[in-house]
Each structure stands twice: as C-alpha cells, then as structure tokens.
Design a protein around this ligand. Structure first.
Ligand SMILES: Cc1cc2nc3c(=O)[nH]c(=O)nc-3n(C[C@H](O)[C@H](O)[C@H](O)COP(=O)(O)O)c2cc1C
Length: 402
C-alpha cells in the first residue's frame, strides 16, 4: 500500500477550551485552553482534527507522489494501526482505498477548475446547511432588534461613526446639492427592503416576467473570440461573463404552478424543475433563508447561483475572482430592487442562506456552482412584519451640519 497527503489542505490551529483533568481529579472544576489543529479541506468542505504527531508526519509526506507505507512503518514514523486510522479519517489517502480514490479524483478536477485556493477554503468553510440563524430570529420584531443593538453597544461600545470624516483633509469643498428628482432618482429613493407581503393576492405573471427580463435577461451578445460569447445584461458583470444564473422559486404567481424553476435567458422561458404546493414552496424558502419567514410570504424568490466554472474559466486561480463574483450578485440585486420599485412591488435580498441545502435542491455540483444570495418580489402587505421596514427620517446634508 502507498499513501499520500491530501492536496490543498489548510491547517488551522485554534485554542479549544477543555476541562482541566488534573484539577478535576482533585475535585475542582477548571477549564484550560489547549491548541487543537484541523485540516480544512476545500474539495470536500471537511474540517479534520489532527494531533501534533500526525501533523508532524503530514509535514514530511508529499502530496504529489505516493510514499510506500512499509517505509513509514519501518522508520518508526507510524504503526500500521495508526496509518489505517489516518486513512479511515480521510487525513491520509491510500492507493488501495475507494474513498481515497474518489478524493484523488475530486482534487484533480478541483485543480482543473481554476479555484484560487484561499478563496476555495473560505467558500467551503462558510457554507451553511440547516442553519436557523438566531441573530436573524432575534430581529423578527423591531424591539428584539433594538435590544440586540443595545446589547452590542454595552458589550463592544458604540459602533464606529455613521458619518465618517477625515480630520486630516487639507481643505473642504462644499458641493451644490443636486435636484435629484428624475424618474430614476425617485425610483432610487423609493427603493427599500420589504418584509411584509400580501399572501392572499397572486402576483401577475407579467410582473415576474418584467423583473426577470429586466434584471437577468439577455439584452445583447458579443462574440469576443471564437466560441467565447459575452452576454450583456442591464447590470455590470466582472469580465462580461454574466456568471449568475437565476432560479425562481414560485410561491403565488398567476398562471404558474408553485415550485422551483430555472430562468433560461436565451429563450426568456421558465424551466420547471420541481412542482410543489404553495405551502411547500414557502416552507422551503423559510428553510433556505435560515428561518426568515417574512421572506417566505413573498410571491417569488430568485436564487442567485454563481457559476464558478464559467467565471474561473477566464479568471483562473485569480485572487479577486471570488470577490468579483459576489459583486455580480450584488449588482443584480440592486437592479432587481429598482425594477420591483418601479412596478410598485416589494422586494428583498438576503445573503443569509443555506447555500449547501440549496445546492442539493438544485442539483448543483458544489465545485462548479453554488447559491450566493436570494432576491425576492411580491405585492407588499401591511402585516406584523411591516414594522421591520427601514423607515428613515429625511436627512439634508449641509456644510454646516455638526
Ligand atoms: C448583502 C445583503 C444582505 C442582506 N441580507 C439580509 C437578510 O439576511 N435579512 C434581511 O432581512 N435583510 C437583508 N438585507 C437587507 C438589508 O437589511 C437592508 O438593505 C438594510 O436594512 C437597509 O434597508 P433598505 O434596503 O430598506 O434601504 C441584505 C442586504 C444586502 C445588500
């Protein structure tokens, strides 16, 4: 048997708080901090605990070549049982093990997909499955939200100022305040996040078609090189790659079965992937937005799926690729908000999503594509959650303001 280290693993050494056993024997309850190492594996998303001696062994084993297991046993690096244990825990790979073979293949495929390794670790380690976010839960009422902010003020002091100024500026130049009353300005001003929807009403299909086309629709194409076509949307897109693919989850839209769809921008059609009842669709949306049930009252949600394979095809092993991809979703979010506002509809965007579960529901290959955000649209309501809307006091900037 031959063994090798896993490729692309990052080591995290963190202090773990554990009971002090010595103190426990003398009847005392005491906690102590002990460093503990984990291998963070972006390919599988695993965090594997490893001991100090195991870490020392790993640091001597190459990942590109296989090492004869016999030689490790002979030179006293490890015994057979320890070796089997490391292979069983997927810390070491063996050329005589089916699980190892699958990891070897996944690692090779991962490397060919052009992920920058640090962002791959970040991406893999920040995925959510079945999370019901307690902080979001505690923001379900304005009182709870205020309590949380007050708690933070007590604990961490007040937040950094909301109006940052540079005391080291050489001079200050007042600007004329523009009229800012065009149709676009009015739409921008009216834009807001809606958290209360009228669940009794159906959203007209034309409204959904309007925002889908206006936000995610193909407005033009350009062949940049043979076989390489850029698609123009109404939002900017890093490298012109338009790598965000929209998947509508329909709750209550006229003439459309509730369920999970894919919007094909080339034909402006909805492809039904899974029909479900309105209740199932709402329950799915609550689950995948980490318990934000006010969003589940909306009429349709659009899952933004980032196609890493298309983005990384151009930006291979690129340090900024992941950031740019998230920003693509952000641009689309704003366009979506504005189109909904123009139609006097409510809209929202959330990044607090169970992306891992969404990937399963949509049948995505996690190395190639993942959900990064969810936009939503609907007929606004005046239910209890209307109190969660952000209702600011008007503000007038002026050079004389304190
Ligand atoms: C990246 C991003 C993530 C957001 N995630 C959530 C969320 O998880 N839940 C939520 O209720 N609102 C979410 N929002 C909406 C913000 O809370 C909202 O934009 C902010 O409070 C300002 O209110 P406004 O949109 O009405 O101006 C998100 C907005 C952005 C841009």
């Amino acid at each position: 048997m031959r063994v090798r280290r896993r490729r692309l693993c990052f080591i995290q050494i963190a202090d773990q708080t554990v009971p002090d056993l010595g103190a426990l024997f003398s009847g005392e309850v005491k906690l102590e901090s002990r460093p503990s190492a984990e291998l963070l594996c972006p390919v599988s998303g695993e965090a594997l605990h490893v001991s100090g001696p195991e870490l020392a062994l790993l640091s001597r084993l190459p990942a590109t070549d296989w090492t004869d297991a016999e030689s490790l046993i002979e030179d006293g690096s490890i015994d057979l049982q320890g070796l089997r244990d490391l292979i069983g825990r997927r810390v070491l790979l063996s050329d005589a093990d089916a699980t190892s073979a699958a990891i070897v293949e996944a690692e090779a495929r991962f490397e060919s997909l052009g992920w920058y390794d640090l962002t791959a670790v970040y991406h893999a380690m920040t995925r959510w499955t079945e999370v019901r976010d307690e902080e979001l839960d505690s923001e379900h009422t304005p009182e709870a939200h205020r309590e949380r902010l007050e708690h933070n003020c007590k604990q961490y002091g007040p937040p950094p100022t909301h109006f940052p100024r540079r005391e080291d500026a050489h001079s200050v130049h007042p600007l004329a305040l523009p009229a800012f009353d065009s149709t676009l300005a009015q739409t921008l001003r009216a834009r807001r996040t809606t958290r209360s929807f009228d669940t009794a009403k159906r959203l007209p299909l034309d409204e959904l078609a309007y925002v889908l086309y206006g936000c995610f629709g193909a407005q033009g194409t350009q062949e940049l090189a043979p076989g390489t076509t850029a698609v123009k949307r109404t939002s900017a897109s890093g490298g012109g790659l338009t790598p965000i693919d929209p998947y509508p989850l329909v709750m209550k839209v006229q003439g459309l079965e509730p369920g999970l769809y894919h919007y094909d921008m080339s034909r402006h059609v909805l492809e039904l992937l899974r029909a479900m009842s309105e209740e199932q669709a709402r329950s799915l949306l609550t689950d995948v937005t980490a318990g934000q049930d006010y969003f589940a009252d909306s009429h349709a949600a659009i899952i933004h799926v980032a196609r890493f394979n298309r983005h990384h095809w151009k930006y291979r092993w690129h340090k900024k690729a992941y950031k740019a991809l998230l920003m693509d979703s952000a641009h689309l979010s704003q366009t979506f908000y504005l189109l909904a506002t123009e139609r006097r509809l409510g809209a929202f965007y959330t990044a607090a999503i169970n992306d891992q579960d969404l990937g399963r529901h949509l049948g995505l290959d996690p190395l190639e594509a993942a959900a990064v955000g969810v936009s939503g649209i609907g007929i606004a309501g005046d239910g209890v959650h209307a109190a969660l809307h952000f209702e600011p006091e008007p503000y007038m900037p002026s050079p004389g303001n304190p």
